[in-house]
Design a protein around this ligand. Structure first.
Ligand code: 5GP
Ligand code: ZN
Length: 117
C-alpha cells in the first residue's frame, strides 16, 4: 500500500523506534506513548483492520500475540501488559493498517473502560 503510514514505517520510508522484526511482523514504539511502555505491533503486509482479515491472515495474527509478552518484558513491563486492537469507526481506529497496542510499564495500566451510563 503506497500511501499507508504503517506500510511506510515497515519499509523504512518513515523512521520509527523499532524494537523487533521478523518475517511477518514489525514492532516499534508508539510516537505518542500513553504509558511508560507503549509499543505497536503490525503485520508487515498490509491488512486494514481486524474487520477485513481473511483466512490467510490467521498466522500473522497469532504471531502478533505471540511476540507481545517477550516485547513487553524486554521493554519494561515484566508483570503483565494490555493488548488493544482498535477496529473500525466504532473502535476509534485512526491508522488504517492493523496494529496491536502493547501497553504497560511498572504500574497497572488502569481499568479497561469506563461505563458510560
Ligand atoms: P489507533 O487509534 O489507530 O489504534 O492508534 C494509532 C496509533 O498510532 C496512535 O497511538 C498514534 O500515536 C500512533 N502513531 C500515529 N502516527 C505514528 C507515527 O508516525 N509513528 C509512530 N511510531 N506511531 C504513530
Ligand atoms: Zn499498510
Amino acid at each position: 500500500m503506497d500511501n499507508c503510514l504503517f506500510c511506510k514505517i515497515v519499509r523504512g520510508e518513515i523512521p520509527s523506534r523499532k524494537v523487533y522484526e521478523d518475517d511477518e511482523v514489525f514492532a516499534f514504539h508508539d510516537i505518542n506513548p500513553l504509558r511508560p511502555v507503549h509499543l505497536l505491533v503490525v503485520p508487515k503486509h498490509h491488512i486494514t483492520s481486524l474487520a477485513t482479515i481473511v483466512e490467510a491472515d490467521v498466522p500473522v495474527l497469532g504471531r502478533i500475540l505471540a511476540v507481545a509478552n517477550k516485547l513487553a518484558i524486554a521493554q519494561g513491563s515484566p508483570d503483565g501488559f494490555r493488548v488493544i486492537i482498535n477496529t473500525g469507526r466504532v473502535g476509534n481506529q485512526e491508522v488504517q493498517h492493523l496494529h496491536a497496542h502493547i501497553v504497560g510499564g511498572p504500574d497497572p495500566v488502569g481499568p479497561m473502560l469506563k461505563k458510560i451510563n
